[in-house]
Write a protein that binds this ligand. Structure first.
Ligand SMILES: *Cc1c(COP(=O)(O)O)cnc(C)c1O
Length: 357
């Protein structure tokens, strides 16, 4: 894939950039450039270009605005102490975007083109990658949407893939304190045959009202159960879950309708090297409540690219509450092991890291 580059004539000044990188927050500041590639059935993917970051002009009939034919990815670029910049398993994000595109009837962007696009934007906006201190990174958001102006219901014949980037600090304002969870018994995020395994904006749109319910009950995040029986734990809607048991074995839910995170998959491998057995299986809400109450479950944690690994505290629901598990020891070890690989402070035994700069 040939990618052309037009640099902005008004780059962010060194002073302004230094102020942003000192306290980047999450998803509020964007870099000086963006990457765009377009697709039609006759041309395939064409016109790959890095251009100055700017608003899009969309026809009001643009299909994505009406039928939500859209997918995205979330990944990060990390700066090491030697100045080099790396991403974490980018081909896994690319492969997941291919799977999401199959579910949403969008065209497939080849894995090597996805990685080339992300790398190119990071190279052009390299000065936006923060120093490693404080676990900062450059959050990368590749996304693809139906850009054809047409109100008929069918897969779009004009599709746009873009990458934007945003410097990121710690995802949760409270640092790595345990998050409190609200169990929603009214809403589900995915059903059999639905889009739960695809990374698509629609899944997030349907989760917002449940998150509001959680917030109204004073909780940080919402937990979803399976749609069929309302019994098996799925995920938080943006993070996958792990349950650590007192005999050392660890369970992570597998239902066919969760979004299988790359962090989740990496932790399965990491836990293996730390000597833990990992079970991927259905895990009921009673098992969670009874396990924590009896002490059989010693830790619960959530994971995803944005927050890495976060301890889970108390679980609240209409009928009562389950207290926070006793420990955060393995949670912290897993978090540290992952972060150390990402910032190049530990041996990359699995070959997960990809050098960009
Ligand atoms: C992105 C996402 C995750 C976490 O996936 P990672 O690849 O680990 O970042 C979990 N659940 C949902 C619904 C997601 O969209």
């Amino acid at each position: 894939m040939q990618i052309s580059t037009t640099r902005t004539s008004t780059p962010t000044t060194e002073d302004a950039l230094a102020r942003i990188l000192a306290e980047p927050g999450f998803g509020t500041h964007f870099t000086d450039h963006m990457l765009t590639v377009e697709w039609t059935p006759s041309t395939g993917w064409t016109g790959a270009r890095v251009t100055p970051y700017a608003p899009l002009t969309l026809d009001p009939a643009t299909a994505v605005l009406h039928y939500a034919q859209e997918i995205f990815e979330g990944m990060k670029a990390y700066r090491r102490d030697d100045g080099s910049v790396w991403s974490f398993r980018p081909e896994e994000n690319a492969a997941r975007m291919v799977r999401s595109s199959q579910r949403l009837a969008l065209p497939e962007l080849p894995v090597e083109d996805f990685v080339a696009c992300v790398d190119e934007l990071v190279r052009v906006d390299e000065r936006w990658v923060p120093d490693a201190a404080g676990e900062k990174s450059l959050y990368l958001r590749p996304f693809m949407f139906a850009s054809e102006a047409f109100l008929g219901v069918r897969p779009a014949q004009h599709v746009t893939f873009m990458v934007i980037a945003s410097p990121a600090g710690s995802y949760f304002k409270g640092g790595v304190d345990p998050v409190s969870l609200w169990l929603t018994e009214e809403y589900t995020r995915a059903g059999r045959g639905g889009m739960g395994a695809a990374k698509t904006g629609g899944n997030y749109a349907s989760s917002l009202v449940a998150q509001q319910e959680a917030t109204a009950h004073g909780c940080d995040q919402v937990v979803f159960l399976d749609a069929q029986e309302g019994r098996y734990v799925e995920e938080l809607g943006g993070m996958n879950l792990y349950f650590v048991h007192d005999d050392g074995h660890v369970v992570t839910p597998e239902t066919g309708t969760i979004l299988e995170g790359i962090t989740r998959a990496s932790i399965i491998e990491l836990l293996g090297t730390l000597g833990h057995t990992v079970e991927e299986r259905r895990f009921s809400i009673e098992e969670w409540r009874e396990g924590v109450s009896s002490g059989r479950i010693t830790e619960v944690f959530a994971c995803g690219t944005a927050a890495v690994v976060t301890p889970v505290g108390a679980l609240h629901q209409a009928g009562g509450s389950t207290p926070a598990p006793a420990s955060v020891e393995l949670t912290n070890r897993v978090r540290q092991a992952l972060v150390d690989v990402q910032y190049g402070r530990a041996d990359d035994a699995f070959g997960w890291m990809h050098r960009i700069v």
